[in-house]
Design a protein around this ligand. Structure first.
Ligand code: NCD
Length: 308
């Protein structure tokens, strides 16, 4: 039985297989409409979510399966003090696969140790978010055709942004990737990523504080919101929240073939005027999340891929 806890749980060959399948689903969605007939997905969300939970549910429904779950810790027995280990033991007999989001780093991993169904990490604290990574990779590959040699700028809260951590971990496995890390000094990437991933693998990267000066170099700009819920005090959040705002004027500095991604939700970091720019791809990215989760569910349930 396979789980997806870290983006590195999938080899690059398996990643390719999932992205290829997602591309085929986009071409022929009808061919996949009953492959999960009789199967159930449980969504166990102890933290707020819009896209991740609903795209998981839409994915399972699109595959002909059914969904059950809860969308906040308050409405589950966690509020009564139940452990993740006990919850997953029980859910294992109610569903065939589950997606779990939790504010504590490592909670989905703990669940996977007690589960008899595949567990998918749908975001654990400031740590990882592997299915957002699949969404991001599918979007980048559809826009740029490959990963090798791209220069990607990550901008915003690189300290707490789990989507950034996961995507960096996944991308370092491709050739000649270059990162430009744009953040205030307080929100730089965690040192384990810098030392154990970027330095260790001799990845080319630079850390800067100004978006304008690096915009012309980028193939992809990955914007993120400042993660208010992970701050220890509100004053720091207020001071840092508007550090970077991408607007139409700044977009003039970017290349014609540079695309803007954002895992969403956006707060202030992308002015709504940018939405009109054909290079703004964040809503398309959110749409891709459904297809890639359909492909992932099929892979983890070991389902036969229809020929089409
Ligand atoms: C992200 C998350 O939950 O980490 N959202 C998402 O899943 N698309 C990003 C965020 O909340 O800022």
């Amino acid at each position: 039985m396979r789980h997806l806890i870290s983006p590195l749980d999938l080899s690059t060959d398996e990643l390719k297989e999932i992205l290829d399948l997602a591309d085929r689903i986009i071409e022929h969605p009808e061919a996949y409409s009953s492959v999960c007939h009789g199967k159930k997905l449980a969504t166990l969300f102890y933290e707020p979510s819009t896209r991740t939970r609903l795209s998981f549910e839409a994915a399972m429904i699109n595959l002909g399966g059914q969904v059950l779950g809860f969308s906040s810790a308050d409405s589950s027995s966690a509020a009564k003090g139940e452990s993740v280990a006990d919850t997953i033991r029980v859910i294992s007999s109610y569903a065939d696969i589950c997606a779990m989001r939790h504010p504590k780093e490592g909670a989905p991993y703990v669940a996977s140790q007690f589960s008899s169904i595949p567990v998918i990490n749908a975001g654990d604290g400031g740590h990882n978010h592997p299915t957002q990574t699949l969404t991001d990779l599918l979007t980048i590959r559809r826009l740029k055709k490959h990963f090798d040699g791209i220069t990607i700028g990550f901008c915003g809260d690189l300290k707490f942004g789990r989507t950034v951590h996961s995507l960096i971990n996944a991308l370092v496995r491709y050739d000649n990737i270059r990162f430009i890390l744009i953040s205030p000094a307080e929100l730089k990437i965690p040192s384990y990523l810098r030392e154990e991933v970027l330095d260790e693998k001799k990845i080319e990267y630079k850390e800067v504080h100004k978006l304008e000066e690096v915009l012309p170099e980028l193939d992809i700009l990955y914007m993120t919101r400042v993660q208010r819920e992970r701050f220890f005090n509100e004053e720091d959040y207020i001071r840092l929240r508007d550090s970077f705002i991408l607007d139409a004027k700044k977009m003039e500095l970017a290349r014609e073939d540079m695309f803007v991604l954002h895992p969403l939700p956006r707060v202030n970091e992308i002015a709504t005027e940018v939405d009109q720019d054909p290079r703004a791809k964040y809503f398309e990215q959110a749409k891709n999340g459904v297809y890639v989760r359909m492909a992932l569910i099929m892979k983890l349930l070991n389902l036969e891929v229809p020929v089409c």
